[in-house]
Structure formats: structure tokens, C-alpha cells
Design a protein around this ligand. Structure first.
Ligand code: PLP
Length: 411
């Protein structure tokens, strides 16, 4: 035996009802057990093309350039920004939560000229506010988050792509938390680049970032392509444009790899491609409207259950994400003690919060494979017992009853 050794992993069977990751669909886990293929094996490149076709439907788009970035959702976000934004480019960022801050943090590293629309956590922007800021700042790029899990609110994006086009602005949206749980209408919104992840409503594990890119955004990115591979200079071949500062996350190179040219870049993460492909197949088999309606039912049940326990929800009902719900921690109750009992006594994970909401709200998710009636009822029932044990006075039994009724209520 070696000096230091460990047993094979045997993780506990937790029910993950926080803001993600959520439990993985068993079909995806089974698919991931398949052996790897060579990256240029015709079977593998067929799977890549099929994955592109499947994700066009997931993103509700006709964008040819719809592919995977290897890495978690943040890799997709960073690939989009580093490929779109040049040092000195002006970028307008909607800053309304933790993931809006992330966009600024990435843009700052690129050396962009950052302008922000700053909102309180829990607020969303109106098209009017966005148009005013576009006029005021005249950015080259607009970036925002669709559903920000830190605030549990959805930013409405209807008409935003059109607004951006009116002012010749390229647009980006982070749809990590909403993809698979509600409509991500890339083409109807007219947003140029939309990115996602697998571990929220797609029902997969973290580690793959589906990305869709409009033709005009692809043209912009290809115009920054460094043609002579291997030559180390800081500008594109014609010397006029700063090159994309990342190699791994260079979407021009990634698009070339996913094209018929198959120009060698990274080795596509075979196992994650299997997972992403299966996640999309499950979603399309279920049907988009059916899947979104299942997430809405779960959200109704969570909200009704929490309210029936005498808890107050965070944020505005009109802009609530249908897959994660913020709820105020009642006066005198320790948020962490409740989360610990939920985990230890019930094997259920619920979420804490960040920034201005840290220690003030819990976040309860019902995402992807976990947006199921029984899982919501278990969570609400467990929370009732835990809250009572922590000394919170509540009407016993009311939460599960209300959640059950709300699940079947008409939307
Ligand atoms: C979870 C989440 C991310 C981060 O995803 P990782 O997979 O952890 O990189 C980014 N944006 C939003 C809106 C998210 O909810």
C-alpha cells in the first residue's frame, strides 16, 4: 500500500435544491460512462455536428455558430467577452447582481472602457433605461445577465437586441441559470451571443458551456483572427486590431475547430460533449413548452409553500426566475443553522446568498431534473420541520398542502 491512500469516492445522495449545481439526470450520468473517441474520429465529429444542431433548438436560434466551450459556464462568459471586447472598447454592462459584477470584472481585465447601468439587487432594467444608457455612452458592446441566480430575478430581454442593433452595438447575455428552465429566445431577442452551462436547468454536471453566436458577432470575432498561427504578435495580420488575448477561449479558433475545417485547437472534452448532447436530447424530447411549464409549476409550488409557512419572498413576483426563489431568513433565525440541519437531517441542500444579500436570504432552486413535484414537497416539508426545531412559529402542515395545490394550479 502507498503511504497516502484513499478509498474510492462514495458521495452522499444529497438532494441539491439550491441555485446550482442540481442533481444530474441519470440518463446523462449513464451517457458519460461511454469511452472516449479520438477527436477527429468521424463518429466524434458527427457527435459534434449533432450537438450543434441540438443546441440551436435549445437556444431557439438559427445561428450556425452554436457550439460548446470546454469549462464551466464562466468559461463561456469569458470566451464571449474576450473574443468580442478589445482593450479600450467601450462596453455597457447591466450591473444588477453578482453575475453582472463578474461581467465587469472580466471586461476590466481585458482593459475595456466600462460603463454600467447600476441597479439595486432585485431590480431589473426597462428597455427605456437601456436605450438611454446606449445613447449616453455609445458603447460598442452591451452585456447583461438573463437570470441572475444571486438575486433570483430575470431581466426581460424582449426588444433589447433590436435596440442594440439600432445603435450598432453588439450584445451579449449570460443565460447560464435560465437555459433549459425558461425560454432563452436568442433570435427573437436578437442578442448576438448567448452563453449557458449544464448544471442549472439543463440537468447536467458543471463543465461545459453551450454558446451561440450570431453571424455579425462571428464576423466581428473572425476579423480579430490571427491568421499566421504560431506567430507571436499583438495584432491581427493587417496590424490594425488587437488580437484576442486568450488562446484557449479564442472563439475564432474554437469556431474553426467546430467548422468543417476542423482546425486543431483543444481536444474537445469527449465526456462533457456526451453529457451536453444528452442533456439537449432530454430537453427536446420533453418539449420546450412542457419543460418550461414544469419549471413554472415547481416555482409556483416553492413560492406557495414558503408563503404558507409564513415566510416572505425576496424580490418582485413579476420578475421572479421560475427555477430559483429567494426567501428572507426570518428575524432571530440563523440561516446557516437551518441549512446545516437541512443537510444533516434531510440530505437536502438549499442555498445561501452573496454580497448585500449574504445572511439575509436563502435561495431555493428547483432546476432541471429537480423541478419535480416530490422533490419540492420534500424540501418544503423538511424546511417546516427544521424551522420549527429552530424555534420559528409556523402553521404545521400548511407548506406542503399549499405547495401541492399550487403545483397543479393553472399558470
Ligand atoms: C451559476 C452561474 C454562473 C457560473 O457558472 P459556473 O458554471 O460556476 O462557471 C454564471 N452566471 C450565472 C447567471 C449563473 O447562475
Amino acid at each position: 500500500m502507498p503511504d497516502t491512500f484513499f478509498s474510492q469516492i462514495n458521495p452522499p445522495q444529497r438532494l441539491l435544491m439550491g441555485p446550482g449545481p442540481a442533481n444530474v439526470h441519470p440518463r446523462i450520468l449513464r451517457t458519460m460512462a461511454a469511452d472516449v473517441l479520438g477527436q477527429f474520429d468521424p463518429e466524434m465529429t458527427d457527435y459534434m455536428n449533432q450537438t450543434m444542431a441540438l443546441y440551436r433548438q435549445v437556444f431557439m436560434t438559427r445561428n450556425r455558430q452554436t457550439l460548446l466551450v470546454n469549462g464551466t459556464a464562466r468559461a463561456g462568459i469569458e470566451a464571449a467577452l474576450v473574443s468580442l471586447v478589445e482593450p479600450g472598447s467601450k462596453i455597457l454592462i447591466l450591473n444588477a447582481g453578482r453575475f453582472g459584477l463578474l461581467l465587469s470584472e472580466i471586461a476590466a481585465r481585458i482593459g475595456a472602457d466600462i460603463r454600467t447601468i447600476d441597479l439595486e439587487w432585485g431590480e431589473v432594467a426597462t428597455p427605456d433605461m437601456i436605450e438611454k444608457a446606449l445613447i449616453e455612452h455609445r458603447p460598442q458592446i452591451f452585456a447583461c445577465v438573463h437570470g441572475d441566480t444571486s438575486t433570483t430575478m430575470v431581466q426581460p430581454l424582449d426588444g433589447i437586441g433590436e435596440l442594440c442593433r439600432k445603435y450598432s452595438v453588439l450584445s451579449y447575455a449570460d443565460a447560464t441559470a435560465t437555459l433549459g428552465g425558461m425560454a432563452v429566445s436568442t433570435d427573437a431577442w436578437g442578442i448576438d451571443i448567448v452563453t449557458g452551462g449544464l448544471q442549472k436547468c439543463m440537468g447536467g454536471p458543471p463543465g461545459s458551456a453551450p454558446v451561440t453566436i450570431s453571424d455579425r458577432a462571428a464576423d466581428h470575432i473572425f476579423s480579430r483572427r490571427h491568421v499566421e498561427q504560431g506567430l507571436r504578435t499583438d495584432t491581427t495580420a493587417d496590424g490594425t486590431r488587437p488580437r484576442i488575448a486568450s488562446n484557449y477561449l479564442d472563439l475564432a479558433m474554437i469556431m474553426d475547430y467546430w467548422s468543417e475545417k476542423r482546425l486543431n485547437h483543444h481536444t474537445e472534452s469527449t465526456t462533457m460533449l456526451y453529457a451536453a448532447r444528452e442533456a439537449a436530447r432530454i430537453m427536446l424530447e420533453e418539449g420546450l413548452p412542457e419543460r418550461f411549464s414544469r419549471h413554472r409549476a415547481a416555482s409556483r409550488a416553492v413560492c406557495a409553500g414558503l408563503r404558507a409557512l409564513g415566510l416572505r419572498l425576496f424580490g418582485q413576483d413579476a420578475h421572479r426566475m421560475p427555477n430559483v426563489t429567494g426567501v428572507w431568513i426570518p428575524e432571530g433565525i440563523s440561516g446557516d443553522a437551518v441549512r446545516q440541519r437541512m443537510r444533516e437531517d434531510f440530505e437536502i441542500e438549499i442555498g445561501t446568498a452573496f454580497g448585500p444579500l449574504a445572511g439575509r436570504i436563502w435561495r431555493i432552486g428547483a432546476m432541471g431534473f429537480n423541478a419535480q413535484k416530490a422533490k419540492v414537497l420534500q424540501t418544503i416539508g423538511a424546511l417546516e420541520t427544521v424551522l420549527a426545531a429552530e424555534g420559528f412559529t409556523l402553521p404545521r402542515g400548511a407548506g406542503v398542502d399549499a405547495a401541492l395545490t399550487a403545483w397543479s394550479a393553472q399558470a
